[in-house]
Design a protein. Structure first.
Length: 532
């Protein structure tokens, strides 16, 4: 017998209790009402976020920070499309987002009914699994589809599409899922086979690159430090969670070394930011350590993948490699920066990185901001105990950086600082259009009145449309926008006022935003002269 639509919502509510979720995030709507009622009994916190695009990133930050899956649920139609950017980010960061979209019945699609679109495969290509529930099938069929999809949630985002017909508000029903037989089509195969290829074992000048590292993967400081004793060069950036004393930023050492002797590169973890360094390593034999595809071929010569958990693979590599003569590492030492003397984005970042923000979470918006973080890290900053760095480097967009940080702070309860640029802040201002901004949440907005990073692209600044179409030059302040959000506002535009304003900003118990006004041409000059 065909099942009603509401039992599917009830079935989901029961099945989700089999998994430990850190939270469920919802947006207001009508078609998702049966789902919201079914999820209300889940024993995890709920946040209601008006803007679905912001909600997706809020959920992303919640999952990354908690290390657990998060449920994301919305109504039908374009609401579901707004999740797409965060789903793509979750896919490349391997974040377990369970995206549940309410849908109109199939007979209403393409027939002029409101908020009815073709949403069955809207995230195709950026999912670990997808289930389209079918109310015309027995409940057992749908239960098995749900469970099969949930099994793959550990590797990244999963989408479950739930067609729901009216009436939407019905009396709750009793559904005993446990009495249904488990008929799974998922075959669990232990395919893990660990082996280090000979060309790695025979390398004389090997390099280990530690990319973005989620603290939930485990601490690796000691393992990484010991690679140097075995004659390996260890490269990293601040998102690796490593101290600059245990790894170096390749951009620093490439300034003085035009010849690259490396004969093998091993990467582990997530994204590695430096585009210049990636280009310099192009063509070198490459092995990647990671739990699941896609495995990044960053240098155009990915020859082998050790498909296992990041930390497990790193330890297996260390135990397998021979001891090498480490004398060659003397030519690859960190470059000492000169201290930036002039008011600029770089000066501000250097100052903040040296303050005692012990046990803070630091979130970096994309574009210039996260790159300033590399510089301030490798020049001795961000060395306080308990500091953790986050950034959306899966797709590297500016669209949800603030919402991600807000979600992270909400679930962790930790002191959180977001460092962002003006365009990223404007773009994601709806991150504050909710009731879940943690008290004491801090944002530093580097307002250079446009996209400064585009000034550093070869010949871009010579274009006739550079300021209007590429860098989006503007004269706006964020003051009125911050007032609209209800956050406390601070402002600084010169060195003489910095210490006083910073102290008031960071010591304020309120959630607050510090607008830092800088000049784009000076920022360029300071960045280009940081080694001189």
């Amino acid at each position: 017998m065909s099942q009603d639509f509401q039992p599917l919502s009830a079935a989901l509510g029961i099945l989700l209790q089999e998994i430990s979720f850190s939270a469920w995030i919802s947006s207001p709507g009508s078609r998702n009402a049966p789902l919201l009622h079914a999820f209300s009994s889940l024993k995890c916190p709920n946040a209601v976020i008006l803007d679905e695009r912001s909600a997706g990133y809020f959920a992303l930050g919640t999952s990354i920070r908690s290390g657990k899956p998060v449920i994301l649920v919305c109504t039908s139609g374009t609401a579901a499309l707004n999740y797409a950017p965060s789903v793509a980010e979750a896919f490349y960061q391997r974040v377990p987002l369970l995206v549940i979209t309410a849908d109109r019945p199939k007979n209403l699609i393409d027939n002029g009914h409101g908020q009815s679109i073709r949403q069955e495969n809207i995230y195709e290509g950026h999912l670990r699994a997808s289930s389209i529930l079918n109310p015309e099938k027995p409940i057992q069929y749908n239960v098995d589809k749900i469970r099969d999809s949930l099994y793959l949630l550990k590797d990244g985002p999963v989408h479950i599409n739930v067609p729901i017909k009216e009436p939407l508000y019905e009396a709750s029903i009793s559904l005993n899922i446990s009495s249904l037989e488990r008929i799974s089509k998922v075959k669990v195969v232990n395919k893990e086979f660990l082996k280090i290829p000979d060309w790695i074992l025979k390398a004389r000048y090997p390099v280990l690159i530690v990319g973005q590292w989620n603290p939930e993967w485990g601490k690796i400081d000691d393992i990484v430090a010991n690679f140097r004793f075995k004659g390996w060069l260890v490269l990293a950036e601040h998102l690796s969670q490593l101290s600059a004393l245990k790894a170096i930023n390749l951009d620093d050492v490439l300034i003085d070394n035009t010849q690259i002797p490396f004969d093998a590169v091993v990467t582990v973890g997530g994204a590695w930011i430096s585009k210049k360094s990636k280009n310099r390593l192009n063509g070198i034999q490459h092995m990647h350590i990671g739990p699941s595809s896609p495995h990044p071929d960053m240098f155009g010569n990915l020859k082998y993948t050790l498909e296992t958990a990041h930390k497990k693979g790193l330890k297996y590599l260390f135990d397998s490699i021979p001891d090498l003569d480490a004398a060659w590492l003397k030519n690859w030492s960190p470059r000492f920066y000169k201290k930036t003397a002039q008011w600029s984005d770089l000066w501000v970042n250097e100052k903040i990185s040296k303050y005692g923000l012990k046990n803070w979470d630091i979130h970096w918006a994309n574009s210039s901001s996260v790159r300033y973080g590399i510089h301030s890290w490798s020049s001795g900053g961000w060395n306080q105990k308990g500091q953790t760095h986050y950034s959306n480097r899966g797709t590297s967009g500016i669209d949800g950086c603030t919402s991600t940080a807000v979600g992270s702070a909400w679930i962790s309860g930790k002191r959180t600082l977001l460092i962002t640029g003006d365009l990223a802040f404007f773009y994601d201002s709806n991150a504050f259009l909710n009731n879940h901004v943690s008290l004491g949440f801090k944002v530093v907005v580097l307002n250079n009145h446009g996209g400064d990073i585009f000034r550093r692209l070869p010949k871009a600044i010579d274009s006739d449309i550079f300021e209007t179409h590429l860098s989006y030059k503007h004269n706006r302040s964020i003051k009125n926008l911050v007032s609209y959000t209800g956050l406390e506002y601070f402002y600084v535009s010169k060195i003489d006022h910095w210490e006083i304003v910073w102290k008031k900003f960071i010591e304020s118990p309120n959630s607050s935003v510090l607008e830092v006004i800088t000049d784009s041409s000076t920022n360029d000059k300071m960045w280009n002269n940081r080694f001189k």
